[in-house]
Design a protein around this ligand. Sequence first.
Ligand code: F6P
Length: 358
Amino acid sequence: MTKRIGLLTSGGDCGGLNAVIRAVALRAAAAYRWEVFGIRNGSMGLLRQPPDAECLDPARLDVAMMRLGGTILGTTNKGDPFAFPMPDGSLRDRSQEAIDAYHALRLDALIGIGGDGSFAILRRLAQQGGLPLVGIPKTIDNDVRDTEASVGYDTAVAVATEALDRLQPTAASHDRVMVLEVMGRDAGHIAIAAGIAGGADVVLVPEIGWRLDHVVKHIAALRASGRTGALVVVAEAAGQSDESPKPVDDAPALHGMGHWLSHRLAAASGAEARATVLGHVQRGAMPTAEDRLLAAALGVRAVDLLAEGKADRMVAWWNRKVIDVPLDKVVGRSRTIDPDGTLVTTARALGICLGDKA
Ligand code: F6P
């Protein structure tokens, strides 16, 4: 019997989403003759009347999709169907409408491409409506539990590394401290990886308490040794130390660390400092080969899982293999940097200052 699979992207966009969409649709058609319905704008597409979804024709999923940033399905990080914001400011539970839309589309299962926040919402929907759900992890933050990599992370690290490559000549030529603020929300994965790959002198992450005076001392020692300029990477949420600002406000986008740090460093060290805030540039790039590979492997396996009758699972990447893990272990938890892990010890071994000592 031909099955109909609903597919949606949810949360922030990132490199590799279209490669996942393509892999899911190709596998479903070629191996099982199933149809895949792309739902627009995450769960928002299920709250439209009629539901906003379209059958993805595998013949039209050109190979160029692999290279395309963003998501052809659209996405959102707002509009939780369990607490949907209404024009009068109230929140309404519209979850049953989303479940009714799933049935109206005559879907047999749902594949959600998202991070832990999206999985929490989709899993709640799936449980309430008895819908088979498989999750595929994506986020530049790389903070999804039980997977070593999420789609989009490698691309973001590549962009941040390239930014450091481009900032280094200015640091050296002008003898400036160049501060690069990267995304990652509460996790410092992008910061530490790009910091090592891009040759940073200082990397500040939320997981490791740091002090401004340690950073100032480290930069002073570099300059005393004859080095001109320095590269500093700061994760957007690194402001948890007493020496750094508390979150600026409760706006959804975290911001402010890069400029704050460059001002404070300039004032404390006498060096000239400049800040670059990389922002969404990290999300929209053409995906790296690694992200395309991950997207392909996870997309194919997600379809196979449904064919095996398995649901309430997330496909994951572990030791360069695809595995699957229970979704309930993933939702509501995030994976931050291991302060004793390989990346942190490597950074220290290379003389990168993490701000906990000079
Ligand atoms: O979760 C992905 C992410 O890019 C974070 O790194 C960042 O803090 C946030 O989304 C930005 O969100 P928005 O696109 O809503 O500004």
